[in-house]
Design a protein around this ligand. Structure first.
Ligand code: PMV
Length: 331
């Protein structure tokens, strides 16, 4: 029996992707930009079996000891990915598989668990089919899983996803290695509860927000400016833009039909605290994905002080510290 082990990071977007220009090909409206997370990752082991009728996935939840078999709802996107990769590779080969997946963080809580899982799956399946794919091809494949942000977990460090105009031109690439800048993402786990509406469902309503086009216009200026601030390591400008950008995406979410309110009271309380920390001179900024949990962005030199402040407030159940990390890797 052949075994393939893959580890893939989750990522936090500084420029978010919300809304799909082409739903089937998972093409976004705008470029997005993210950092791979060192301590939020999926470890996926795939046992390749001769019998193609066996397709199983066992999942070990965060902070649990045992793997549990996943049902059809969870397996469906995995089957789809298997079919997609066969199609992309133009192969008629078939195999069965038994997969074991472990997440180092709570899933479906705004920490991009689909990004880490589907990027790991794309690389694992590519290896199982003996395909020698480039990083660009792998990021395209990961995007086609349905979780577009998975494309950003493939390359190393700080990653730019070009929206592109076609499937071939919509891919992610690294714009800086993990050690380019020692900024930190402190994930504040405010709740481990799984969100009710997934991103893939949520993307569908994005264009119904009356502010959707305004956000796209704003991103045309904001995205290259943020990239410049990042490359110059101008933390004040970069952090300010990161926070504005997250609020701009949530503005769309809250004004689309049906509106999506991912925030809880704790999220709002924490956003107020972050602003208060800044006013006291501590440079820290917030970003939020599709979930109630908050990601704090600060410089490594301030991590301890920020962590102490946040812990003292007693709002977060847990704080997961992340530096920038490598992309998807075969173990
Ligand atoms: O990649 P998806 O379909 O899970 O969507 C991700 C959307 C956000 O996490 C909210 C933003 C982003 O760019 O990561």
């Amino acid at each position: 029996m052949k075994r393939i082990s893959v580890r893939s990071p989750s990522n936090i977007a500084f420029i978010k992707y919300w809304g799909q220009r082409n739903k089937e090909l998972v093409l976004p409206y705008n470029d997005s930009f993210s950092m791979n997370l060192s301590n939020c990752y999926t470890e996926l082991q795939i046992e390749i079996l001769e019998d193609p009728s066996i397709q199983k996935l066992d999942f070990k939840e965060y902070q649990t000891e045992t793997f549990k078999p996943m049902g059809e709802a969870f397996l469906k996107p995995v089957h789809n990915m298997y079919k997609t990769i066969k199609q992309v590779l133009g192969t008629s080969e078939d195999f069965g598989f038994h997969m074991y997946s472990y997440n180092s963080f709570p899933k479906k809580a705004g920490i991009a668990s689909s990004a880490s899982f589907f990027s790991a799956l794309a690389m694992g399946f590519a290896r199982a089919f003996h395909a020698e794919l480039t990083e660009k091809e792998l990021s395209i494949l990961a995007r086609l899983s349905g979780s577009g942000s998975a494309s950003r977990s493939i390359p190393d460090g700080f990653v730019w996803w070009h929206a592109g105009e076609s499937s071939e031109t919509s891919f992610a690439e690294s714009i800086a290695p993990p050690d380019y800048w020692d900024i930190v993402d402190l994930v504040l786990v405010l709740s481990r509860e799984e969100k009710k509406v997934g991103s893939q469902e949520g993307h569908k309503g994005a264009e119904t927000s009356p502010f959707f086009l305004a956000r796209q216009e704003y991103l045309k200026i904001h995205a290259p400016e943020m990239k410049q601030a990042f490359l110059k390591k101008d933390f004040t400008k970069f952090g300010t833009m990161v926070e504005h950008e997250a609020l701009s995406m949530h503005h769309i979410m809250m004004t689309q039909h049906e509106p999506l309110f991912f925030w809880s009271g704790k999220t709002v309380l924490m956003l107020q605290q972050i602003s208060a920390m800044r006013q006291k001179g501590l440079e820290v900024y917030a970003t939020i994905d599709a979930g109630e949990n908050i990601h704090l962005i600060c410089q490594k030199a301030h991590e301890e002080q920020v962590t102490r402040h946040v812990a003292a407030q007693g709002i977060a159940e847990e704080i997961i510290s992340n530096s920038a990390a490598r992309g998807t890797t075969i173990l």
